[in-house]
Design a binder for this molecule. Structure first.
Ligand code: SF4
Ligand code: SF4
Length: 148
C-alpha cells in the first residue's frame, strides 16, 4: 500500500486553469482585498465594485469575458499569484476536508492534480499541516504588506 505523508504525495497542480473558471468560487477576505489592491496599485475601497460580485453576504471575484476569473490569463495563469486569495492558496488543502475527508474525491473530479482514494487519516493529517503552514505564511505576508 502506498504511503502518503506530504502534500506532494497527494497533489501536483497540472496548471490546467480549471479551478479559475466559473462563477461563485473565489471568496475574498478583507485581508485578500488589501493585499491584492496593494499589489495591483488599486484603491481597496473601490475593489469590490470593480473586481467582485456579491454572493450572499460575501464577495467573490468577478469573471472576465472568457468565463475565467478576472485575474486569470491563458499564458501567465494567475496574474496576482503572490497575493491570490486565501482560498486559492489553500486549494485543495481546505478546512472542510479535515472534518469531511470524504469530500476529497468529489473535489478531485474537477481537479486533475488531486490523487483519489487517499486514506482519510493521511488526508486529514496532511491537510491540517498544510493549513497551518499557509496560515503562518499569510500572517507574515500581511505584516510585510502593512509594514512596507
Ligand atoms: S484544477 Fe487543479 S490541477 Fe488544474 S490548475 Fe486548478 S489546482 Fe491545478
Ligand atoms: S485569483 Fe488567481 S488562482 Fe484565484 S481564481 Fe483568480 S486567477 Fe485563479
Amino acid at each position: 500500500m502506498p504511503e502518503y505523508k506530504t502534500a506532494a504525495d497527494i497533489f501536483e497542480c497540472q496548471l490546467c486553469g480549471e479551478c479559475c473558471k466559473g462563477f461563485g468560487g473565489t471568496y475574498v477576505t478583507k485581508k485578500d482585498i488589501i493585499n491584492i489592491s496593494k499589489y495591483i496599485n488599486f484603491d481597496p475601497e473601490k475593489f469590490n465594485d470593480h473586481y467582485c460580485d456579491p454572493s450572499g453576504s460575501r464577495y467573490v471575484l468577478t469573471l472576465g469575458k472568457d468565463g475565467s476569473c478576472i485575474f486569470f490569463d491563458k499564458i501567465d495563469q494567475c496574474t496576482i499569484h503572490p497575493v491570490k486569495p486565501y482560498m486559492c492558496k489553500a486549494w485543495p488543502f481546505i478546512q472542510t476536508i479535515i472534518q469531511h475527508p470524504e469530500n476529497w474525491n468529489a473535489m478531485a473530479n474537477s481537479c486533475p492534480g488531486m490523487k483519489k482514494d487517499i486514506p482519510h487519516k493521511d488526508l486529514q493529517k496532511i491537510v491540517a499541516e498544510e493549513k497551518e503552514k499557509l496560515d503562518k505564511s499569510s500572517q507574515n505576508l500581511t505584516s510585510r504588506i502593512f509594514d512596507s
